[in-house]
Every structure is written in structure tokens, then in C-alpha cells.
Design a protein. Sequence first.
Length: 403
Amino acid sequence: MLQDLDKGINRLKDMVTNLSSMPSDLHSLKDEVEQLANISRRSLRDGHAQLRVQRSESLKGSIALEGYGLVEEWLSSYRPPRFGQSHVVDYSFRAPIDLRLLTASLKGVALQNAHHRARMLQVVESGELMKEAYRLFRECDHNGSGALTWNNGETKEFITKVLSNYSMIVPSESQIYEIYKTFDADGSHSLDARECICLADTIVRAIFLEQNTKFSIGSSELTDYPLFSEWLSGYRPPPLGQSYTVDYSFRESIDLRQLAASLKEVASQNARHRARMLQVVESKELMQEALRLFKDCDHDRSGALTWNSCEIKNFITKVLRTYNLFAPPDTQMYEIYKTFDTNKNNSLDLRECICLVDAVVRAMYLDNSESRVLLQEGYSRLWARRRVAQQLQTAAFRTESCG
């Protein structure tokens, strides 16, 4: 068709040349012929351009199909490593990924997805996640190019589809982008099929690696609510007065005498609640109520409270006021808080906060010298009344005897 159009243009050129020698009354016809020739030239150029686009798209499609075949071949031979086997995952086609470098930005979303952990470990280790990610990649590859780009939202859409497919909470766009940059090594703002599949696998592994280490039972940084509840169900609070130390099993024992030294005044103010609070502490009610209030104070769902933002102070105050107790002044709270902030990061995780408030109450009633004074004064008044009563009875008996 394009060749025929080219021949027509040449014939029009000859006609224009012949018309130039004709009388002036035919010049209008010449102008019309020239306009037709110009239109024909533009049509010819547009036709060539469209042909080039069609050939380019066809080439892209063949490359994408070839790429899909290679990805399927790679997936069939790849064996996903087990969770906990290593902090590093090697996808064989690029530098290994250190998952520990990616977990810092995923604490909140890791906490939100904690209840999916057991199921997702099986999904990842069986290779199901990668196969499903490959299927969803092809759905997101709308132009069939074999790659997804970041700037048009394709990569984020892909990750959202993969995680939502397993009912997981999806990280924010900024969180996804931080991990995405690890894969976009050439800065092209696009990832091919295999890179996208491994990106999704990495995000899921990073989410649950955080729980596999910092949230595991026995860790001093336990911040996962379900796992803490499991720890709490097995914890047996020691009776008050049994020892000057308390062992919370995840850190060094706390010497309550050191804490009590700074709590004498508030201990005196709360002395009348002693009998009731002993029962609250030893029945584990205090820790269970503290867990509920911790969730109220953990506004960003990070699983930790910070001192500088007053979160820890507000948490302690809320717990004590629940039981109508006076809260220690800020300076006294801070002295006790420092005992638990062993890594000096100005924050305490879930279990540290719960055990902190337990230690505060225990320390109040450990050094009960003030309470003993009140008790001794009560006994003294009681014995005084008894002596007076006895003396009155003796005097009355003597009076009767004399009569």
C-alpha cells in the first residue's frame, strides 16, 4: 500500500510540472494538486511511523514471551530457603539480600501481620508465593513488556495484589519503595518479571524475619501481642515478700530494694491499698490490665513506647490510676525506667513496659517500713484500748467486791 502511495505522489509531481506551463486560469487546479501531494506525503510519513511502532511492539512481545519462558524455567528449579536458616537470601541472579537491613522500616506492618506468620511461612517455603506472584505479575504487565515500572504505579499495584491475595496488611508506598530500591540496581525505575517476584518474596520474608528474631519467646525485645500473651499465660508471678528480687525470665533479675529507695513517699501515700494490690499483682491481673492499657498507649502500633514522647510516663500513670494509686513523680519514674532501658535507646518494648509497671508496684509494697509503722501504730492503739478495757473491768470487779 505504501509503495502504491509513493507512485501516486510521483505522478502528481509530474502533473504539477506540466501544469506550470499552462495558462493562468489553470493555476487554481495546480494549487489543488499541490495540496493533494502534500497530504499524500504526510500520509506516507505517518504510515511508515505506524509500521515502525507495530514492528517495535511485535518485537517487545516476542522478547516478553521469551522472558516469561526463562522465568518459568528458573522458578521450576529454584528452591526457596527455609525461614530462620539465614538472615541472607540468595536468588542466584543478583547479589544476596540481607533481610536484617530491610526489617527496620517494617516493624509496624510486621506487628499487624503477626497472626499470619505460621500460614505464610508455609506459603513461602513451599514456593507457592513465588508462583502466585508470577501469575499476578502477568496480570499487572498490561503492555506485555515483561517489566513493571515504579513511576506509573505498576510495581506498587503488583506488591499490593500479592500481599492482599493472602489477606496481609500491605506496607505503605514509602516502605515498599525502600525495599524496591534494593532491586533497582541500575536506577531504571523498572523491574523485570524475576526481579518483581523476588521483591515480593523479600518483603514477606523481611516482615516475618522481624518476628522470627526480635519477637521470639525469650527475646528481650518481644513486641508481638499474640506472642506476649503466650508468654504471659505461662508466667507465674512470685508472691510479694518472698524475695527482694524478681525474675522476669527475659533479662537480669530486678533488685526491688534499689527501686523502693526512690518510692518511699508514694509508697506511704498508697499504703492503704496494700492488701488489695497484693492480690492484684499475685493473680496476674496487674499484668493483664497493663497489656490492655499498653495497646491504648501504642498509638503507632510499633510495639514500643518511648520516654522522650512521654508515652512511658503516661502508660505507668494510666495503670496506677486504674487501681486508684498515686503515681510517682517524673524523676522517680525515670530512675526506674533506666533500669529497664539497658540498651539506652530511650524506648521499651511491650514486655519491658509490662514488667516495668509490675516492678513499680512490687517496689512500693516491698519496702513497707511506712506500712509497718502504720500497722504498729494500729496495734499499739488496739492494745491500749484493750488495756484500758481491762483496767476498767478490774476496777469494776474491785468495786463490786468491796460492796
